[in-house]
Design a protein around this ligand. Structure first.
Ligand code: PPS
Length: 408
């Protein structure tokens, strides 16, 4: 769908101090009626807005947030299509029958509404920055989101004549996508400390879903029991969501077929679900070009890709430092640390990566560690047949990790 330059009717001047008149915005052609309606729409105090760039883990976060907002009602979640429980604003344009308001489904929805959109900050209703409802923002490494987008377009009948590499090359050559991408994310990243905004990344969800669920509960003032947490981790796992007809955008694909009489390709919406999966699809040359594109585009914003993906978390490094120091003091005063059950049957790692605190370091029944626990912590589980987490506590079942070079 071709896009054109649009001029927002209002700007969030109270949120970010910049020259908004120089901020380019793009939207699909003939979207004026929709944009006007969005501009004038009533934002409710208890709305939750889920804002992302395409293919950044929106659906994953949407199901997570809907469940937190709806008291972990898994029964309804398994019965009703996610797209109907939590509408995608821009898709209402496709559903519009020409009568009355484009946003009538959104207006009719019972509170609390969970609204999904890919629109940039300046095209949102100004009541978002005056009422400040809860906003959740998820970002993902563009290399993975571009490849995911390629398969999305293929799913809906497009891009059949291009390879993922050609698609990616076209993406970075397109001035509009370039501008949209980095302005979209850097504006929300700059607002991440606001109490009404929760900013996270797909990569963080992959590495520590438990903490992200806890964060969202805290953000929305909801409690979660350990039993509900276990249900959430299971329900939100890649395999479950892939096999779940209610989260796999089957309803959306049916609408596309009905409205546009389009043949759609049999590509699962919940498709691969990997961090770094782009390496299987893109040539090394185009990967290098995308890296240069990302660095160049981010330079004026004074942030790095790792910052945006929350992979340079100072708080995290500080915690490691403090905990390591404490552990060193304990071990030197009390001698060797006692471990209750030590298991040395796992010999290798899946990646070279260091885990986050509380991240699953070894999944149940897996013969490889998922990542390396930070120094002076243990890959620990309550018993042999459980997921193990990186933990400072040395009681329980300790999966002894192969030694590795901790660096200077
Ligand atoms: S959209 O169309 O913009 O709303 O797409 P979005 O939901 O943002 O992104 C789709 C990608 O998210 C992956 N996904 C998951 N990954 C891991 N675990 C779970 N549970 C999960 N659910 C969705 C999905 O597979 C798409 O990524 P790719 O790389 O294509 O697999």
């Amino acid at each position: 769908m071709r896009e054109e330059v649009v001029v927002p009717k209002s700007y969030p001047t109270n949120l970010l101090n910049k020259d908004w008149s120089k901020r380019p915005c793009y939207f699909e052609k003939n979207g004026e009626k929709f944009l006007n309606e969005v501009h004038d729409m009533e934002v409710r105090d208890d709305d939750v807005w889920l804002i992302t760039l395409p293919k950044c883990g929106t659906t994953w976060m949407q199901e997570l947030t809907w469940l937190v907002l709806n008291d972990f009602n898994f029964e309804i979640a398994k019965q009703e299509y996610l797209e109907l429980r939590s509408p995608f604003l821009e898709f209402e344009i496709d559903l519009y029958d020409g009568e009355g308001s484009i946003l009538k489904n959104v207006t009719k929805l019972k509170s609390p509404r969970l609204l999904k959109t890919h629109m940039p900050l300046p095209l949102l209703p100004p009541q978002v920055w005056t009422k400040k409802p809860k906003v959740i923002y998820v970002f993902r490494n563009p290399k993975d989101s571009i490849v995911s987008q390629y398969y999305h377009v293929r799913r809906y009948g497009g891009a059949s004549d291009v390879t993922p590499t050609e698609f990616a090359q076209n993406f970075i050559n397109d001035e509009m996508s370039t501008h949209q991408h980095f302005l979209h994310v850097t504006e929300f990243y700059a607002l991440r400390e606001e109490p009404w905004i929760y900013y996270t990344s797909y990569e963080r969800m992959k590495s520590d879903l438990r903490s992200v669920i806890q964060d969202v509960c805290k953000f929305l003032n909801k409690n979660i029991t350990e039993a509900q947490m276990q249900q959430m981790l299971h329900h939100l796992s890649f395999e479950e969501m892939k096999n779940n007809t209610r989260t796999n955008h089957i309803w959306e694909a049916e609408q596309v077929r009905r409205i546009y009489n389009k043949k759609t390709e049999d590509i699962s919406f919940v498709r691969k679900g990997k961090v770094g999966g782009y390496k299987d699809d893109l040539t090394p040359e185009v990967i290098d070009k995308i890296d240069i594109w990302i660095n160049d585009e981010l330079k004026p914003h004074n942030v790095t890709l790792n910052d945006l993906l929350l992979q340079n978390n100072e708080e995290f490094l500080l915690t490691i430092f403090t905990c390591s120091t404490l552990m060193m003091m304990t071990t030197t005063t009390t001698g060797r640390v006692k471990r209750s059950y030590s298991d040395q049957s796992v010999h290798g790692y899946m990646t070279e990566r260091t885990c986050w605190w509380n991240e699953v370091c070894k999944e149940e029944f897996q013969s490889l560690f998922r990542c390396k626990c930070p120094q002076f912590s243990y890959c620990r589980s309550p018993g042999r047949y459980y997921n193990a987490y990186c933990s400072m506590t040395d009681t329980g079942y300790i999966w002894t990790q192969p030694t590795w070079d901790w660096g200077p």
